[in-house]
Design a binder for this molecule. Structure first.
Ligand code: 6GU
Length: 263
């Protein structure tokens, strides 16, 4: 499949050593499945049904399931957390419901990655999204409260991921961001393959500016003024346009994110 090859090239180009399927697992053209485990399914479920993620599922390119951790607790009051040993503040999610939920999933199919969202994880970026998009089945566990019992992290989690250097109240937004970034690079999800491949960060260059009609716009605050689209974009000269866009991308990257050019 042509698109698949493009994606693999992309991964090879931007991940130092890319072995998408080190043990022969991973996806071979089929759909990607992401299972999200959370105590707040109502926060994340609507997001997975809308827009590009919703369409990817309708097209059969992805499956996203959201599991309520509370459905897996053995506690008669449906509790999933308890006080931390050692007298610290906050609550900790217990082993039992997490073990039960993960076991229920892994008894049905092999998972390539069992991810835990946490501020102390490896920082999520485009190469990680590309790599995860090649997997077949992924679990993402949303962290909450003070955290989860560390034994789950030691024994069941295969990857710990943070989305940046700030602390969120829970891992749901992180899971949503990761799911979005992973699914959108699955071949066929974005109509125009080019558009996923040419994004900022795929080539370590920020995007050039873009414009749409009308070519001349008169702002409401001063209708005598004219905001014009750069004339080169109207020239119809494809090579010159490509060259201009590249120059713009390079200049914007130098100005805003010089660190990307050192990579
Ligand atoms: Cl993955 N979780 C939480 N709680 N905070 C974060 C994060 C994740 N990534 C950055 N901050």
């Amino acid at each position: 499949m042509q698109e698949k090859n493009n994606l693999q090239d992309m991964n090879t180009a931007f991940t130092p050593i890319t072995t998408p399927s080190p043990k022969g697992e991973g996806r071979d053209g089929g759909r990607i499945r992401i299972d999200i485990i959370t105590v707040l399914p109502e926060l994340i479920e609507p997001f997975t049904k809308e827009s590009i993620l919703g369409r990817a599922q309708k097209k059969g390119l992805a499956e996203i399931y959201v599991h309520n951790l509370r459905d897996y607790t053995a506690d008669k009051h449906k509790r999933v957390d308890d006080y931390p040993f050692g007298g610290k503040a906050g609550m900790v999610i217990q082993c039992q419901p997490l073990d039960a939920c993960i076991s229920a999933l892994t008894s049905e199919r092999h998972y390539d990655e069992i991810i835990f969202t946490a501020p102390d994880g490896e920082t999520f970026n485009q190469p990680m999204a590309n790599e995860l998009s090649l997997k077949e089945n992924i679990i993402i566990i949303c962290g909450h409260y003070k955290g989860i019992d560390y034994r789950i992290r030691e024994h069941l989690i295969t990857k710990e991921v943070s989305i940046g250097d700030y602390v969120l109240t829970g891992g749901e937004l992180a899971a949503a961001i990761m799911t979005d970034a992973i699914i959108r690079v699955v071949p066929g999800v974005i109509g125009d393959v080019e558009s996923a491949l040419s994004d900022s960060f795929q080539d370590n260059l920020l995007e050039p500016p873009c414009y749409t009609r009308p070519a001349e716009y008169h702002p409401i605050s001063n209708p005598d003024e004219t905001w014009s689209v750069p004339s080169i974009l109207l020239s119809g000269h494809e090579a010159n346009i490509k060259n201009w866009e590249y120059e713009q991308a390079l200049a914007r990257t130098k100005e805003r994110r010089p660190d990307l050019l050192d990579k």
